[in-house]
Design a protein around this ligand. Structure first.
Ligand code: ES4
Ligand code: ZN
Length: 325
């Protein structure tokens, strides 16, 4: 009954997707040629051969240098439109997509070109049957001052954003480091989410911080919260969503975290499945459903619950959610 076709067609939201993580080898080569950027490879096969990871560090070591091919507003537009086209084919009706402005501004690209290119694509995604919103992510291995400067430069474009997030290397970069910038983002009317990654030293403390000190609306990953029943109860009481990424987990921590995801689902947490960096991990969102169904033997009810959770944990308005649920 849970065929691949069913899982692809199932209407869903994608809430944990890095636009820079959707850069397929073909587009990377096209943009490298268009912009005259030397990326060290000259064929699609050579680029594909570099897309192999067994840790967060080895992933980030390919992910950030790849961004050198993104220079002009049109490049950001083209990247996002290629993703929205694939998302539509994966049953995605609504996406709240992350982007990493500091990975571009630190190379001299204007934040205007980043936000306006992505935002123009988000508007055009409607023509594909996909509504799209943008979440500005701060790089947590950059300083709090850099995050603050990034927020300040982005606020004139706040109408193009739905929220702010926090990604990159979590080790020694806890949520509390960004308490001030997240408080300011909330005052500006933005939703809040943070990566709280798996398998990191002290990550339960980080999950405590995001729930109790920052007051996030969602947690990205965060499945190790199952270690602490009090924190699970708090997250459920507040309706905090968990944007989990099984295939990504299997690359960066050699474990899909199926047991944790299934446990959260059974306890009534608003957990759903997402692709994270699909060009690099080889699976768009529907294939994350396929992978978890296969690994965990999910029932049709489980799968429908995951898809419903994806809408309930989204930042669509109550009226917009009614159209889907
Ligand atoms: C990421 Cl897999 C992962 N972890 C942390 N930060 C990220 N940014 C993009 N993908
Ligand atoms: Zn992520």
């Amino acid at each position: 009954e849970l065929t691949r076709d069913f899982l692809y067609a199932l209407p869903k939201c994608e809430l944990h997707l890095h636009l820079e993580g959707t850069l397929e080898p073909e587009l990377k080569l096209e943009l490298a040629v268009r912009n005259g950027v030397d990326i060290g490879q000259s064929t699609v096969d050579e680029i594909t051969a570099t897309y192999q990871f067994d840790s967060l560090a080895s992933f980030l070591g390919v992910y950030y240098p790849a961004m050198n091919v993104l220079v002009a507003e049109q490049d950001f537009y083209d990247l996002a439109m290629a993703y929205f086209t694939r998302a539509a084919a994966n049953g995605v009706r609504h996406v709240e997509a992350f982007f990493d402005p500091q990975a571009h501004t630190s190379r001299g690209v204007a934040i205007d070109d980043v936000i306006l290119g992505y935002s123009r694509a988000a508007r055009d995604a409607a023509g594909l049957g996909v509504s799209a919103a943008l979440i500005l992510c701060f790089l947590r291995d950059f300083s709090a001052e850099s995050a603050l400067a990034t927020l300040t430069s982005a606020l004139p474009f706040a109408e193009h954003l739905v929220g702010v997030g926090l990604d990159s290397d979590e080790r020694d970069n806890p949520p509390a480091k960004f308490a001030e910038v997240f408080a300011l983002a909330r005052e500006a009317g933005l939703k809040l989410t943070m990566h709280c990654d798996i398998d990191q030293v002290g990550s339960i403390e980080n999950i405590r911080q995001v729930l109790e000190d920052i007051g996030v609306d969602r947690i990205d990953h965060g499945t190790n919260i199952v270690e602490n029943p009090e924190l699970v109860a708090l997250a459920i009481e507040r309706g905090v969503g968990f944007t989990t990424c099984p295939v990504s987990n299997s690359f960066v921590s050699a474990d899909m975290k199926a047991d944790e995801i299934v446990s959260l689902l059974a306890q009534g947490a608003k957990v759903m499945l997402n692709s994270d960096d699909p060009a690099y991990f080889g699976a768009y969102v529907a294939d994350n459903y396929v992978a978890l169904v296969e690994k965990a033997g999910l029932s049709p009810d489980d799968v429908v619950r995951l898809a419903k959770n994806s809408f309930e944990a989204s930042w669509l308005s109550a009226d917009e959610k009614l159209r889907y649920l």
